[in-house]
Design a protein around this ligand. Structure first.
Ligand code: HEM
Length: 147
């Protein structure tokens, strides 16, 4: 089960990151353009991005309890790999996913299309930034590590 979940988490990272980058680029490209509408296509893209990070959250939480890299021992805080997966990774990723969720629901409640795009640009953009910081902060290269 552990190996399967780890592969799923690794695969989902690409899907979530690619969708998030497309959402952010599209939302920023509409930033100063009040004629840009928040189309059904935009809404669906942002929804799929939200779903992909929520799936990553669910898989990540299960991994948290089965991964050998998550251990609470006396030296957890002194060991950079153990500390990263027990604390830093989960904390930063959860905050990023909360920001993305807030962005989607704020955009949903607004009426004007370009205001919706702005909200997505800010919240999805901050979420993406935090995810990239969390990946870059890993004690070894997990960004390009393939499975
Ligand atoms: C979009 C958000 C996330 C991304 C992009 C992401 C990405 C990654 C990557 C690239 C790895 C390394 C995988 C490998 O070594 O093959 C990893 C490992 C891990 N992630 Fe995440 N993650 C995310 C969210 C989360 C969340 C929310 C949790 C927990 C609630 C979590 C828990 C873990 C755990 C426990 C591991 C260590 C698995 C192991 O190697 O044994 N992740 N994550």
């Amino acid at each position: 089960m552990y190996t399967g979940l780890l592969h799923l988490h690794s695969l989902l990272r690409w899907i979530a990151l690619i969708l998030l980058i497309i959402s952010v680029v599209k939302a920023f490209s509409a930033w100063n353009n009040s004629s840009k509408l928040y189309t059904e296509g935009n809404r669906k893209l942002n929804l799929f991005t939200l779903i992909s990070v929520h799936l990553q959250l669910v898989v990540g939480f299960v991994l948290y309890f089965v991964s050998p890299k998550v251990q609470f021992a006396a030296d957890t805080m002194r060991n950079s790999t153990l500390r990263y997966f027990a604390v830093e990774h989960v904390l930063m990723m959860v905050i990023a996913i909360v920001l993305i969720t807030i962005g989607y629901s704020k955009a949903k409640r607004l009426e004007i299309g370009f205001e919706k795009n702005k909200r997505i640009a800010v919240f999805y953009g901050l979420g993406l930034l935090l995810i990239l910081v969390a990946l870059a902060a890993a004690p070894y290269n997990i960004i390009t590590k393939f499975f």
